[in-house]
Design a protein around this ligand. Sequence first.
Ligand SMILES: NC(=O)c1ccc[n+]([C@@H]2O[C@H](COP(=O)([O-])OP(=O)(O)OC[C@H]3O[C@@H](n4cnc5c(N)ncnc54)[C@H](OP(=O)(O)O)[C@@H]3O)[C@@H](O)[C@H]2O)c1
Length: 245
Amino acid sequence: MLRLLPGPATADVDPYEAYGDAPGLRIGMVMSADGSVTDAEGWTDGLGGAADFRVFRTLRALADVILVGAGTVRTGRLGPARLRSDLRARRGRPPAPIAVVSRSLDLDWTLPLFTEAETPTIIVTSEHARARVPSGIPVVAAGGQDIDLPSAIRRLGEEHPHGGQGRGRLLCEGGPALATALIRASLVDELCLNIAPALVAGARHTRLLGDLDAEVPLEPSALYLDEGVLFVRYRLGAAAPPRKA
Ligand SMILES: NC(=O)c1ccc[n+]([C@@H]2O[C@H](COP(=O)([O-])OP(=O)(O)OC[C@H]3O[C@@H](n4cnc5c(N)ncnc54)[C@H](OP(=O)(O)O)[C@@H]3O)[C@@H](O)[C@H]2O)c1
């Protein structure tokens, strides 16, 4: 992996060190150069190739909790978090739990994500819905009728401290609806965007984000290149006042 920014350019950056300064909540996603987060199959595997997977695995290994939206789980493609032996040795502890954010709890509880996870998968939902989570699955319930995302994020960070102390480092892997909700609620510190060298426009084109009601300034903090994939890290600024209609 070649580091282009901050300069001067340096080849052979170690992703684990490059991304090691994880902030409180980081979004890590891959998209095509025309902004689609899904490939022709409606999943992500065909987008970024091996270079993207290396950074994907690294971000997971650096996280204390991995957040995903229920829509992504309903694709049936998301397995339990696993760690390759080299990353496990560097992390020095089991994989971070995946935390699935769902209001409806319309989920297939027989998926390996729920039955085979080394670190049990957590459900993040509302107080209203929590009683419908099957027993044995850890729950973080925040908010009455609807999920209170700021409260859920704070709880997850407190309950999964980084290295046993301080607030945990959270990674949101998407999908677009959850990532958009987190940005709208000003909960995101960093966007790690992997831009695959492909245009996939067509029927399966799914935008990176939904509607934001205000412009969010981004400050690029790093840029890497590996096997044609551009890896951009943006710091998120405060949201600008809502646009006038
Ligand atoms: N390229 C990438 O990096 C990447 C990463 C992940 C996913 N994807 C793709 O993205 C697609 C799925 O994304 P998606 O946008 O449909 O779903 P999503 O963001 O994965 O999940 C959305 C779901 O999250 C739950 N949720 C709870 N509180 C929410 C809130 N405040 N705002 C929004 N959602 C909330 C809801 O679940 P309930 O309906 O259960 O209440 C909602 O339906 C898949 O095609 C997947 O392949 C791509």
